[in-house]
Design a protein around this ligand. Structure first.
Ligand code: DO4
Ligand code: MG
Length: 294
């Protein structure tokens, strides 16, 4: 099932609601049924405490929940979770390795990491730097070559995989290309990350290594770039990424791990203010953001 965070319903005291779209495609406001289910994190806590799956708890509450209009869900969705930390993996697809080799004066570090067992993992964003659907993603004002990076996001609760979301690891290619040690500046800044529109549980996603992912960038109402690929192209697995992230590293309660970009616009492309970026991943949904210079 797919879980959204929305502004609260008309007759509710809570300012936000946890809304589920069930397997039949109907939407229910779980917070209207139980005030203790105000967010996906609270639902994950309840599942943990009762040793049930997240979807089983939601199914139990649906009969008492108000139905929500499907039309306004994606348009009004907020970040589905507010992750304490967002981490990201790099160079997990062959296309990303090629892009790094082309942009960097030190291509050997990328070839080496692509071929190594240990993945590249980096801290990507904090809650204040992470935006949700239809909010603006940021491009650094001191960078001239910037791209969205569409990535499958793994959602972890207390270190366990509880679902998947869509993520955008917005990045400066020229800052990282100048020197790999500038990676944190190429990756971490205001509005550098977007997640949403929902969390889709592992049962709904089925195989995270077999999902079609598409990227569309619109400029002045025309398509400036579009392409699609599959997560089956990933050279590592989600399990391996999670296993390395957890090593000697106590994870916060809610964390999103982005699994690396599989789509890279041509070298002549750079994001501009006003560009609309849409990322679709099968069985999850579409994450849409406009672009601002920060
Ligand atoms: O090594 C740089 C990061 C690459 C990255 O973010 C990606 O492959 O998605
Ligand atoms: Mg990336």
């Amino acid at each position: 099932m797919r879980y959204y965070r929305l502004p609260g319903g008309e007759h509710q005291s809570s300012s936000e609601s946890l809304v589920v779209i069930d397997d039949e495609g109907d939407a229910y406001d779980l917070t209207s049924a139980s005030e203790d289910l105000g967010s996906f994190t609270e639902l994950a806590r309840a599942a943990n405490a009762s040793n049930q799956s997240i979807d089983a708890i939601a199914r139990d509450r649906i009969s008492e929940a108000d139905q929500r209009n499907l039309d306004d869900i994606e348009a009004n969705a907020l970040r589905p979770v507010v992750p304490d930390e967002v981490w990201a993996a790099g160079v997990t697809y062959s296309i990303s390795e090629k892009a790094r080799k082309a942009e960097s004066g030190k291509p050997e570090v990328y070839i080496d990491v692509y071929e190594s067992e240990r993945p590249e993992l980096f801290l990507k964003a904090t809650p204040s730097r992470t935006v949700g659907p239809y909010d603006s993603i940021g491009v650094r004002g001191d960078s001239d070559w910037d791209v969205p990076e569409p990535e499958l996001g793994i959602v972890l609760h207390r270190g366990e995989v509880v679902g998947y979301t869509v993520g955008n690891d917005v990045s400066s290619r020229d800052i990282e290309g100048e020197n790999p040690l500038y990676l944190p500046q190429a990756k971490v800044y205001d509005r550098c990350c977007s997640v949403g529109p929902c969390v889709s549980t592992s049962e709904t996603v089925e195989d995270p290594h077999d999902l079609t992912m598409s990227l569309t960038i619109e400029r002045d109402e025309e398509i400036a770039y579009e392409d699609s690929t599959s997560t089956s192209e990933m050279a590592t697995s989600c399990e391996t990424l999670v296993e390395y992230l957890r090593r000697h590293n106590t994870l916060p309660e809610t964390l999103v791990l982005l699994t690396g970009t599989a789509l890279v616009p041509p070298e002549t492309f750079t994001l501009e203010e006003g560009d609309r970026v849409s990322i679709d991943i099968d069985n999850i949904g579409r994450l849409v953001n406009d672009t601002v210079i920060v």
